[in-house]
Design a protein. Structure first.
Length: 451
């Protein structure tokens, strides 16, 4: 990185950043209070509130959101007449899965081979530390040139919508000229990337019933309608022979015109087993950023161990459909439900229940904020040009903020590059990426204020 005062300040602050991230990672702030104590999330929220107060933030508050969790808010006043920038991160994390599978304990930050390991290091406790580093670097070099609002969510990973509903009920709270969502990541380590699209999502729970009760497969099998077989038929109808998603009436031919994703790189990032083919057609970027994708998340049926020779009377599945930008998630939900009903065989009784939904998102990349970020990233990543990428995942809050503040510019950056393995065992963050992105965010705020 080329030498400049902001970069030098961020570099000097990295030991402090590591110590703070170590403290944050130690909180088991999984917002599923049947798995982890609510007190862990509350302690993390209080840690963040104290950190904001120490940086001079005003109106610091723990917001009790409708889903029973807390988001942390603070406001740092800037010069009179300056623009307002909202910085977002979340402090809740995914469960650690199999703790025994971690190389080192998931809630203890551990350094190995130049990376910092621990649940939440990249997604997204590290995002909060990135925001703090950027603000500290500006304060040490002339001051923060904009009004800053910070919001740190407490239930993003659960998708329960608490902050979205709170924002809708308090529409003035998060109003800003530009919003920086620190919850995505670079396409690869060292390649500065902004995420310009997010797929939306719908979740359906589907149940098949065919019999009053299970039947002996020797006595009745061959004529008695099997609910599990009916469900399998329906699930199979959602994919073409090559694995492409096929929901009746839903377009699956869109293409991606930004950064491309080489198939071999994708195979490596996704850890596809040798000899196993990728599914779908078109480029990888088309498939994961521009087109719908259906996934069967779970099936309720007898496990292999302990199974009896029975024709199944009932079975159910949870189906996820990722919805690309340009498609209304509510309309996609209707098409998916209609498809399930139309492809249910043998007159089986089918029940469809919607259990979640979020709209897709597309940013305006021609805005002044994007130009300011491109200039900042060129300094933070010498020799590299800022790239535009999509993300197959969903951040429903983006659409809530875009609806509440239609004139606000929204940028998505963050620490979750492929090596970070977010949501998986051995999640980690690159301290070099934390350093460079903190520099980029600080320079962006300066560029944006001057623009």
């Amino acid at each position: 990185m080329s030498s400049n005062p902001v970069a030098e300040t961020v570099a000097s602050l990295l030991p402090r950043a590591k110590a703070e991230l170590t403290e944050l990672v130690a909180f088991k702030s999984v917002a599923d209070f049947e798995q982890f104590p609510k007190s862990e999330s509350e302690a993390a929220a209080n840690w963040i509130a104290d950190a904001l107060r120490a940086e001079g933030f005003e109106d610091v508050a723990l917001l009790d959101t409708p889903d029973g969790t807390q988001s942390v808010y603070g406001h740092l006043p800037g010069p009179e007449g300056a623009k307002t920038v909202l910085l977002y991160a979340h402090y809740d994390v995914q469960p650690p899965l199999d703790e025994a599978a971690w190389t080192t304990p998931p809630f203890e930050l551990t350094e190995r081979a130049g990376r910092w390991y621990g649940r939440g290091t990249a997604d997204c406790k590290g995002g909060l530390i990135m925001h703090l580093l950027a603000l500290r670097a500006l304060k040490a070099n002339g001051g923060v040139p904009v009004h800053v609002k910070v919001i740190v969510e407490g239930s993003e990973e659960q998708g329960t919508g608490g902050l979205e509903r709170y924002a809708e009920e308090h529409p003035d709270l998060l109003a800003a000229d530009t919003i920086v969502i620190g919850d995505t990541g670079n396409f690869r380590v060292g390649l500065p990337t902004v995420t310009t699209t997010l797929r939306g999502m719908t979740l359906l729970r589907v149940r098949m019933d065919t019999l009053a009760g299970n039947l002996h497969s020797g006595q009745f099998g061959g004529a008695a309608p099997d609910a599990l077989a009916a469900l399998i038929r329906v699930l199979d109808s959602l994919r073409a022979e090559d694995g492409s998603t096929t929901v009746d009436g839903l377009d699956a031919t869109a293409t991606w015109d930004g950064l491309e994703y080489a198939e071999e790189q994708f195979r490596a990032d996704a850890k596809v087993l040798e000899g196993v083919e990728l599914i779908g057609d078109g480029s990888v970027a088309d498939r994961i950023w521009a087109r719908p994708a259906v996934t069967v998340l779970g099936i309720d049926c007898p496990p292999v161990v302990g199974a009896t020779p029975s024709v199944q009377a009932g079975a159910r599945a949870l189906i996820s459909l990722r919805v690309p930008p340009g498609v209304d998630a509510a309309e996609a939900t209707k098409l998916l439900e209609a498809h399930v009903r139309a492809h249910t065989p043998w007159g089986a009784r089918v029940t469809v229940e919607q259990v979640g939904q979020g709209q897709p998102f597309r940013a305006d990349t021609t805005s002044p904020a994007y130009r300011a970020m491109a200039d900042a990233m060129a300094v933070a990543y010498p020799g590299e040009t800022m790239q535009y990428a999509g993300q197959g995942g969903s951040i429903p809050l983006c659409n809530t903020l875009a609806s509440l503040y239609p004139r606000a510019e929204i940028l998505l950056i963050g620490l979750s590059e492929p090596e970070a393995q977010i949501h998986a065992v051995d999640e980690s963050v690159s301290p070099e990426e934390l350093e460079r992105l903190s520099v980029a965010e600080a320079l962006f705020l300066s560029n944006y204020a001057a623009g």
